[in-house]
Design a protein around this ligand. Sequence first.
Ligand code: DP6
Length: 351
Amino acid sequence: MTEKDFISDYKYNLVDKGKIESKCGSNIALIKYWGKYFPQLPANPSISYTLSESFTQTTINFEKTTKFSVQVFLGKHFNEKFSKKIEKYFLSIKPYLPFIDKYKYIIYTTNSFPHSSGIASSASGFGAIADCLVKMSTLLGEKNNEEFNKAKTSFLARLGSGSACRSVYKGLVVWGKHKTIPGSSDLYAIPFPFEISPVFKTIQDTVLLIHEGVKEISSTLGHDLMKDHPYAKTRFTEARKNLSELTMVLQKGDLETFGRIVEHEALSLHAMMMTSFPAFILMKPETLAAIKKIWEFRKDTRHHLYFTLDAGANIHLLYPEEEKNEIFPFINNELIIYSENNKLIKDKAYF
Ligand code: DP6
């Protein structure tokens, strides 16, 4: 599909008012998206797990009007910044949803996870909003083809926040054109198209909340710093190579190579941050101490416990369910000391 396929010239049946709801999981990338170009297209392909317990629930109330507006409530609280942001986003996607400015919107959104916990609320947030809007277009009479609607939801979510396009599907999700992944596209995400080894359907994600503050740098700024980055070209090539290798590993069920690639991706992401101009370091001393402990634990026990990082200090601990009884006590007794308020989020891949 091309961008043109998502442009709509449908003559909508503009109902007076209505209400749409959606729920969307956040996601954690194994191969990272870091670097983009206009209009929110990725410099390299990425793959993520959609999460089961960390999700956003959104309700959109809409009413026909001559004065378009958007009001966003986070929980019960009106949020001006988000309202402006979403209003701008709605206007930017008008070519794909021409009815959008014929309504005023009141949006209620809640996350199942704490704010600034290091779980990407923009991914699940934009995933849920895009899903509501595509459902709304169907309600107003647009053709209802499930596969196309999913692709359009992912396409629209991407325009809100790049990684959000991956949250539209459960399981393992690929975004970005890649030669070994048929159907992959820079415009929208697709479910990982190959049969994966059963062990990879049981991956647990326990998040060690090392730092709960607001992010010191926005992802958008971070992506921008890749534009003149001295290692950008090598990084994008390596991400492609890592995705090819991971594609094989996921089918074979090779946990060791999975861990090697995933940890290398996480450290490469942070290495990019540390070597950009200006440089920034999002890891905390506790992040490094926890990583060392994970490596020691692995050496001593041979258990399959691996980590990944987002654009922040928190650690996502990945391991298969069959080793939970041995691994979780280690996290709960020995790694929890590195979390700011003794807090963990217990999540898992959503299949
Ligand atoms: C480190 O999707 O948040 O989490 O497209 O500017 O909204 P924008 O960026 P965003 O970037 C995510 C970066 C990452 C890696 C990833 O999820 O692939």
